[in-house]
Design a protein around this ligand. Sequence first.
Ligand code: URP
Ligand code: ZN
Ligand code: ZN
Ligand code: ZN
Length: 492
Amino acid sequence: SSSKLLIKGGTVVNAHHQEVADVYVEDGIIIAVKPNIKVGDDVAVLDATGKYVMPGGIDPHTHLAFEFMGTQTVDDFFSGQAAALAGGTTMHIDFVIPVNGSLSAGLESYEKKAKKSCMDYGFHMAITKWDEVVSQEMEIMVKEKGINSFKFFLAYKGALMISDELLLQGLKKCKSLGALAMVHAENGDAVYEGQERMIELGITGPEGHALSRPAVLEGEATSRAIRLASFVNTPLYVVHVMSIDAMEEIARARKAGQRVIGEPVVSGLILDDSVLWDPDFVNAAKYVMSPPIRSSGHDKALQAALSTGILQLVGTDHCVFNSTQKAVGIDDFRKIPNGVNGIEERMHLVWDTMVESGQISVSDYVRITSTECARIFNIYPKKGAILAGSDADIIILNPNASFEISAKSHHTRSDTNVYDGKRGKGKVEVTISGGRIVWENDELKVVPGAGKYIEMPAFSYLFDGIGKADAQYLSSLRAPVKRSQSTNLHSS
Ligand code: URP
Ligand code: ZN
Ligand code: ZN
Ligand code: ZN
């Protein structure tokens, strides 16, 4: 039956080990990984000789069916996931946005949207206001709903942006729940000033988007969030690290032993801001995202940081608007819906940019595209590994074949693609999701409803030893001075 599958003769790659072996799968679970597995003729066999057999990609950062800036992303849970599977990603973690500050209402809305899922998914939750109800709902999300991460937006003033006071409350609550705090790190008040400045100068096009929110504002917010997380002593995850400025703050903190995770996204790793000066509005506007794509040099520096471990995993921030939606901002860049594609292209572009170029090993590739994400969000080794007992989310990548990206043949619903025309070495030839072949011979066979919600338990490895560190901090405080009733105040 189709629920039994043998992948023969490939090089099986995990984050810490690789070997030539067969992989036997039954009912969506990996049963055995070893050489020369013998099976009956009721088992479908895939020949992977000369190819890599790897855990399916996990995209830690997506926005499907996201209502944002007065419109909704073109990709919903079905189309976005189908695109993902066509590119070798078998799980994603999407951001639930509260409804009028209510986390439970937000979750309900996303649960509905996700019913048509054709691959596994998990949720992060954004926190957009603060009161006792939100605080209690965070606890419910962690203890009953399988959400172990909360995102705080330091930008998007007047919409999603929160104050330092809220961030502090949120960090403390995350710590007590063993949940990971995530930040969108840009100084939203300063971005607002920067936007006014551009409009006053008459710079209303997409280039004004980049000019209004320079890297220094990302560096400032990253530094602030990291230092507040240090003050609270809780781990921090910085989403979409787009600049050297932000990366260096993360490097400094990690060197000092702080638990900070940095997530670059594909656009920041391989694009530069020259595209925002394209005289054709549609060509430029499709690259508008926040933080913005930086000038040439930031991309290479982020690649180097990823290869040396300063940054740990790659996301996409897949958040797609078509050219009609982008055109709402034709006279004012502030109205261009922010976001770019990437869920379908990530595995290929990271392979080409990082492995094919010789910057990292194949095992490191598995780590930054899958395993590290599973560890951080506490679903390893169910996800992120080719091991007996793991979910059968598997890709077969042929290092000798090539890929080409085109807005005409891609699977997202957008009419544009920020990577249009890019080609390179290494192609995901087969994607297996929950034990079923969903992508083979450039054909998708996806089933709406086949994807499962993956609950993510609290207290990932990032929390190990936090209590001990707190105790050390308390015992390290200099003893307070015992003062008798002051007699020397106001003595003049
Ligand atoms: O431009 C972006 N990044 N859109 C998605 C929302 C966010 O900030 O992640
Ligand atoms: Zn963001
Ligand atoms: Zn995002
Ligand atoms: Zn006095």
